[in-house]
Design a protein around this ligand. Sequence first.
Ligand code: ZN
Length: 225
Amino acid sequence: MSATRLATVIAENGTTVATVEHLMSALSALGVTDARVEIDGPEVPIMDGSAAPFMAALAPKVVPGGPGEAIEVLRPVSVRAGSSFVAILPHPRRRFDVGIDFPDPVIGVQRAIYDIDAEVFGREIAPARTFGRLKDVKRLRRRGYGRGASLENAVAVDGERVANPEGLRFPDEFARHKLLDAVGDLALAGRPILGLYRAHKGGHRLNYQLLAALLSRSENFKIVA
Ligand SMILES: [Zn+2]
């Protein structure tokens, strides 16, 4: 697994699949730890930029199993880079506390805090779409990249406004989407993590480093049934 600034990429034997985090977040929220995913391209389809289509497709198909194993956080672990940090702390639930701070006035400072289960995730988090600046979307298109990027699959911000005619799905959709990404990134641990994840201006790369730091020392966690 590796992390770029924009997406999480998994790799094995020279094959890579990009942008796994939205699908992984839906699987994780549904409690799925075992799934076979077949894909015929280098990237998971972006759908509408959220995890809602994955939740809608997967939820009716999930076969309830017995209580599975989880990773219980025993000691606080944190990673920082400049003014950004991510941390995971002992906590009895899967709690996510995500703060963002963007210079774009329409985003600004937002914070989303949720205890994640399938119902809360499906209602409050999964519909939150990925986002970017309108000028970046236009620039990518001019260069021939990101042809798939459009107002159909991302929120495009433009200073004090959102360019999408339908507007936002939640006033704090941006923070909720960052929380969605974190759920997906942490799902790459292979088991649900019981703990409080806290981030300020976090991202995929820091999430990856946090997971690696957590799992690198056996005194940081224990596997519980
Ligand atoms: Zn995302």
